[in-house]
Design a protein. Structure first.
Length: 62
């Protein structure tokens, strides 16, 4: 086998072997940072709703 054939076989094999480890690491990172991600999402949602309410004119009391 030539080097190109070996690399064409080895690269996908290494990726497939390391994929579960990568998925586990991403899951572990999100598990440790899920509360901060929640706060980030809630903060973004609140700031968007504040901006939207600032753009709509307030109803004048009668």
């Amino acid at each position: 086998m030539s080097r190109v054939n070996i690399l064409l076989f080895a690269f996908p094999a290494v990726v497939l072997l390391l994929l579960p480890l990568l998925c586990w690491l991403v899951g572990y990172w999100f598990q440790e940072h899920d509360f901060s991600l929640y706060l980030l999402c809630v903060g973004a949602q609140r700031s968007a709703s504040i901006r939207a309410s600032a753009l709509t004119p307030a109803a004048s009391p009668r």
